[in-house]
Design a protein around this ligand. Structure first.
Ligand code: NAP
Ligand code: MG
Length: 502
């Protein structure tokens, strides 16, 4: 059996074709393990199992309170295996151990536990206002599971992303087939066992890593699928919309970003400098919400940049599992090439390279995909590095003259995922109201919570995840009208039949 087999309809199994692939540790280039590589036929089998499980109501038919108990058991199961999962996540994805423990494993524990709180709310119909028109009636809304969901996720937060999708789908009573990114199959594969042990009926969840073209496409086009939840790049998001159009699937899309951090002139500089570094260099910039554009007021610019460059020296780049390391590698050679390409473009287009700008390959770093923390100053809004998502440790610093200018710069983007304002809360909240993005942090960054809606304006996506709103994205809304006066003569219909004599 592969190290990371498919979890298909409650069983661990190889791909139907027998295909496998090697997962590599991006810190060292060493092999993490062999994973089963799902093909379109495995996607079809997983969808068939999910459909059957949904249609016989083995999960959807249970009370929300009952589903909640199972979600709590999943949360507990992940917690019990936290140390092992975090180590595996770190090796498979290049996450520092702190990130793997706190964000990936900790996030997964938190999401399942919190979605368990929401599930029972779906048991109760929501009453609508009492009305007399068009007839005396009692009206209510039922939030019902959407059916079979499929989810396609990237490699930057493997276990956390899997947990987001699966916890919300299960809380609402759906079946789900999840495709992890091929770069990071490990922890999602392990999650299957925990889900089974927690008592999720067979067929309700399948986890099948495989390539986007082929396997991913099958998950988006199969007519037995009702909903697709996609997290990834805007480019692939567009393709998913096109593919899903054929069968008019429900869609949620969490896509790319080019988020701005605005530093106001009354910001606490110790906080804002370290915050700006965390906002972009966390996980080597491979974060959809990364604060990749730093907007500084003219008056503060030079002093801020000086402090930032000095603090940047204390970022410790190294193999993700090594003690004291605060920034690990990029996920792959492809990502390394992409990021180095953007750095080259930044130089050519006339930005000033103020720090980094190169691969790191001395000693321990020789076989990994490391890039030095990179800062460009004198970036103007038309430059490629101010417009495109780099998904690497490259910060673009822009200047602004007044707050209106800062807001205009921040909003001058095809994206609208997140951003921050560093400054006195009252002023910062005014600025926050003017930003066209799905999340704004004031004097904070990167903090998501299962209670808070998350998603993008503009080309950063569609729909929201998390919280009540996120859960509703995994439901259909059914309106039920119960006529309260059953006498034929009382009906104010546009009569089709001749009125009966009274
Ligand atoms: P990606 O290239 O868009 O891939 C995401 C997933 O989609 C992978 O599993 C991929 O498989 C699959 N895929 C690719 N083509 C497909 C197709 N035609 N049909 C179905 N599935 C397909 O993104 P990535 O490079 O892995 O991740 C980085 C991106 O994710 C960034 O743009 C980042 O901003 C975004 N992201 C967004 C959020 C958010 O919540 N907004 C969170 C994290 C990341 P293959 O790799 O095999 O192609
Ligand atoms: Mg990819």
């Amino acid at each position: 059996m592969s190290d990371f087999p498919l979890f298909l309809a409650g069983e661990y199994t190889e791909a139907a074709s027998g295909a496998t692939f090697e997962s590599v540790d991006p810190s060292t280039g060493e092999r993490v393990g062999t994973a089963a590589k799902a093909g379109p036929e495995d996607a079809a089998a997983a969808i068939a199992a999910a459909r059957a499980a949904f249609d016989d109501r083995r999960w959807a038919g249970r009370r929300g309170t009952d589903r909640a108990r199972v979600l709590q058991a999943i949360s507990k199961g992940i917690k019990e295996r936290a140390a092992e999962l975090a180590e595996l996540e770190s090796r498979d994805s290049g996450a520092t151990l702190a990130k793997a423990k706190g964000a990936d494993v900790g996030g997964a524990v938190h999401w399942f536990r919190t979605m368990a709180e929401y599930a029972p709310r779906l048991d109760e119909p929501e009453a609508l206002p009492q009305t007399m028109a068009p007839g005396p009636s009692y009206n209510y809304v039922r939030h019902e599971p959407v059916g079979v969901a499929t989810a396609i996720i990237p490699w930057n937060f493997p276990l956390q992303m899997a947990a987001w999708k699966i916890s919300m789908a299960l809380a609402a009573g759906n079946s789900i087939v999840l495709k992890p990114a091929p770069e990071t199959p490990a922890t999602a594969s392990r999650l299957g066992e925990i889900i089974r042990e927690a008592g999720v009926p067979d067929g309700v969840v399948s986890i099948i890593p495989g390539p986007g073209p082929g396997t991913g496409e099958a998950l988006v086009t199969d007519p037995r699928v009702d909903k697709v939840a996609f997290t990834g790049s805007t480019e692939v998001g567009r393709e998913i919309m096109r593919l899903a159009a054929g069968t008019v699937k429900k869609l949620t899309l969490e896509l790319g970003g080019k988020s701005a951090q605005i530093v106001l002139d009354d910001a606490d500089l110790d906080l804002a400098v370290d915050g700006a570094i965390y906002a972009l260099f966390f996980h080597a910039g491979q974060v959809c919400t990364a604060g990749s554009r730093l907007l500084l007021p003219d008056a503060l610019h030079d002093a801020f940049v000086e402090r930032l460059l000095a603090r940047l020296e204390s970022v410790v780049v190294g193999p993700a599992l090594q003690k004291g390391v605060t920034m690990g590698p990029l996920i792959s050679q492809t990502q390394l090439d992409t990021v180095l390409g953007y750095i080259d473009t930044g130089r050519k287009e006339g930005a000033t390279l103020a720090a980094g700008g190169h691969r790191l390959e001395d000693g321990d770093l020789a076989d990994g995909f490391f890039v030095a923390p990179t800062v460009f100053t004198d970036v103007t809004p038309d430059m490629t590095i101010a417009r495109e998502e780099i998904f690497g440790p490259v910060l673009s610093v822009l200047r602004y003259d007044d707050v209106d200018h800062a807001v205009a710069l921040a909003n001058d983007s095809d994206y609208g995922l997140a951003g921050a304002v560093w400054g006195s809360p009252a002023r910062a909240m005014d600025v926050a109201a003017r930003l066209r993005t799905g999340t704004v942090w004031v004097n904070d960054y990167q903090l998501l919570n299962p209670h808070y809606p998350f998603g993008g304006y503009k080309q950063s996506g569609q729909g929201r995840e998390h919280g009540w709103q996120g859960l509703l994205e995994y439901t259909e809304t059914k309106h039920v009208h119960v006529g309260l006066d059953a006498r034929r003569a009382s009906k104010r219909w546009f009569d089709m039949t001749v009125p009966r004599p009274r």
